[in-house]
Write a protein that binds this ligand. Structure first.
Ligand code: 13P
Length: 254
């Protein structure tokens, strides 16, 4: 894809990230790897709802600006670390979607096998420890998780996702946020019925077929973030319990 088309694609994804409410104000940053080995990224302190193709900045793999009027995002060390460790990755999206960031602020990973499509798409979403934004501290905390995952929660900060295309990276952000909302709803309901280890195993096999992954990619499992699966819990509620649960959900959603 030409640089011009990539500029437009980054801009479109930034507008989408903003419209979906995954960032507020000047939060977040987006980048793609260019064919010449450089990286094109959003400028620092720019609202993703209003960014234009001409605002984007090109940097080299050491973080030096190659071209562009504005200053590059302050989070480029994190993006470059991901590109260095994962040569197949072409795009990185960092945002602060409210539900997933709430997990990151509560100190909770999204590691429960609750929804088949989430296990299939992303598996466990680990929580990296806190590091000051824009400093090597943050990059160091993410490092242990980058090889084993395509989506990470960053403690007290936000989410970073990455993929072979910009759309893949955005889709993961969308999945993480949707899953975080569902996880919060199950907490409001007061019950979680986890998929069994056997079901999770079958999903890993499906994952390989669905995404056309080679075996090493499909079987990538990280001992730092094991998926919590379990034996199905039988749910049988009385009419009164059911009404009470619905009232709690409705009052929490309002
Ligand atoms: P930049 O404006 O420098 O990209 O930083 C935004 C952000 O979200 C930091 O985490």
């Amino acid at each position: 894809m030409s640089e011009e088309k990539l500029r437009q694609e980054i801009t479109d994804i930034c507008h989408l990230v903003y419209r979906k409410g995954y960032v507020a104000s000047t939060d977040g940053n987006v980048s793609v790897r260019l064919y010449d080995g450089n990286v094109m990224c959003t400028p620092t302190r720019c609202n993703k709802g209003f960014v234009k193709p001409s605002d984007l900045v090109v940097i080299d793999m050491h973080g030096n600006k190659v071209r562009g009027e504005r200053k590059q995002s302050s989070e480029m060390a994190m993006h470059l670390q991901i590109y260095r460790m994962r040569p197949e990755i072409q795009a990185v999206v960092h945002a602060h979607p409210a539900a997933a960031t709430a997990f990151a602020a509560a100190g909770l990973p999204l590691n429960k096998a609750l929804i088949s499509e989430v296990v299939l798409a992303v598996g466990c979403i680990p929580l990296a420890q806190y590091g000051t934004p824009g400093t090597p501290e943050l990059t160091e905390e993410l490092r242990p998780y980058i090889s084993g995952h395509d989506a990470l929660l960053m403690s007290n900060h936000g989410v970073v996702t990455y993929g072979k295309t910009l759309e893949d990276a955005f889709n993961l952000m969308d999945t993480v946020e949707h899953f975080a909302k569902i996880s919060i709803y199950t907490k409001i309901l007061g019950r979680e019925r986890l998929l069994s280890p056997d079901d999770v195993e079958k999903l890993w096999v499906q994952r390989q077929k669905y995404f056309g992954l080679d075996e090493s990619e499909a079987q990538r499992k990280d001992p730092l973030c094991p998926m919590t699966d379990g034996v199905s819990e039988t749910i049988s509620l009385t009419r009164g319990e059911l009404i009470d649960l619905i009232e709690r959900v409705v009052s929490n959603i309002k």
